[in-house]
Write a protein that binds this ligand. Sequence first.
Ligand code: ASC
Length: 156
Amino acid sequence: MKSVAAIGLAIAAFAVIQGADAAPKKGVAIAPEEIVGARHAAMMMSSSAFGALKAQANADDLKRANFPAHALAGWAKAIPAMFPAGTDIPPSDALPAVWSDRAGFDAASRDFATATAAVTQAVAANDKAAYTAALDQVGKACSACHDKYRKADEKH
Ligand code: ASC
């Protein structure tokens, strides 16, 4: 009996440790307007990173593109989680379609993530042709998503 209790305790302790270390930390306290502020800042940093990437298009060595490429790729992956329900509030420029057409928004985010990942790969390979093509795809992914999911008059 004693060992059964010990096993039970061990399982419970394991579950607590797993919960603390492995579970996704959803539901942390952050105000909707703080999320909107973070989104805006990140989108402006995205634009800045994209500009830095374009400025390297004619470089012999793409190493200076590495940091902005990874910044953009990381942000692309984070985007869906940065648009949770309840953040359709001023001063957000997001259209209601982000939430009403969630599958489409997530797919558009994935296109951006795919294009930015291709940039990081082109940088790693120092492959100029792949780099230019991937940057073109990034620009298209930005516009495609903005056309459908961001207010038309907003441009930062
Ligand atoms: C930017 C920016 C966008 C996109 C888009 C790409 O730098 O602010 O919205 O790139 O213009 O086509």
